[in-house]
Design a protein. Sequence first.
Length: 449
Amino acid sequence: MTSFADLQLAMPIQRALTEEGYTTPTPIQAGAIPYLLQGRDLLGLAQTGTGKTAAFALPALHRLLTHPRPLTPKSARVLVLAPTRELAAQIDDSFKNYARHMKLRHAVIFGGVGQGRQVEAMRRGVDVLTAAPGRLLDLIGQGHIDLHDLEVLVLDEADRMLDMGFVRDIKRIVALLPKSRQTVLFSATMPKAIEDLAHSLLHDPAKVEVTPPSSTVDRIRQGVMFVKSEDKRAATLLLVKNPKVQRAVVFTLMKHEANKVADFLNAEGIRSEAIHGNKSQGARERAMAGFRDGSVKVLVATDIAARGIDVDDVSHVFNYDLPNVAESYVHRIGRTARAGRDGWAVSLCDAEQRAWLRDIEKLIGKAIPVVTDHAYHSEEAQNSTMRPPVLGGGGRGRNQPRGGGQRSGGGGRPGSGSRGGNEGGRPSGGRPGGNNRPQGSRPSRPRSK
Ligand code: AMP
């Protein structure tokens, strides 16, 4: 497996990655970064949650470090176009994070807020500009931005930009860029319109695709329990207390929820550890060692953190939250039933996540058996037709834009309009401390619908 050291990124970048707790490149990173470091154009087929931001950000930063150049007023060396302001802000945050040991001027531009600070941020020029197309064109039109010496253009979530009607804006922006540049296009899907756009923008591109898995292993017995969100902790306790559970991984969407679930289970006497991107590498390694040697029974993990879980005898996977990306379900439950063993995967589904369950069932091509004989069954969740929450930037897995640090450019931070974009998006379920103790019996084997 490729390591970040193999990719030979400049040291300040490698240091930032180590501090972020990134140990191995994700498949899209391992595939794309070497081409981008060579200066090739690239067509990347990858969804949110695959690590695609770092796949284009790290080589861009490497280039800035290895080819320093004074900035020209109003200009940018790297331009990332993104469909929404939330995504633009998150990309900008990622650049800031990965560039924490280098000097980087960066700005983020999007509509819906005053333009004054954005214009000011661009006045002296920036290394990296992340922008939504509409406002960018406005500011170019007003003479505040001049992209004639751009070196790298990235189109992120190109299919979404097309869906949102940005194709003409993109073409107008591209017409203002120098011909000799590196162009990178990421898209989750490849409809004809994206193919055409790629063909018109990219020169002899390398293609990197991360194919989402779509089938589940038959040896994994699956079940879903419909519950109210406030009963999820108690239901999780009920599940992990089952004596058949030897080692379990519990998945949450949010890092803070992972911490809370682990604290709750520990308070209930079940030895648990949370692992997620905010934990130091040392803490993660200790948690994994405990999980392997059996002293830790439950690992509570977010999707990305779970990449590092390579333990053969996970007897159960519990989805405290369903993933909003259906393929992640397949990844998650694939943590059990390894090495020829059987495994269990039980998901808790509340009213908000009901629609995600339908997506998952569509992907795996079968209905997941429903378990109803437990104390927390909720008809309301089962029959919910609620629209699922819109996650910031289009995806879970894009964990928590990091606040705090000084931004060298850009306008005000957009309101992170959803629970996906921050850690505090939703009131937590359950009441740690025991008054949620399940009354019911142990879950029995899932029954078919
Ligand atoms: P993205 O698909 O770019 O939205 O990334 C999804 C999440 O994965 C973000 O929270 C990143 O911080 C995290 N991430 C990206 N690459 C890695 C990696 N190699 N190891 C661990 N986490 C990563």
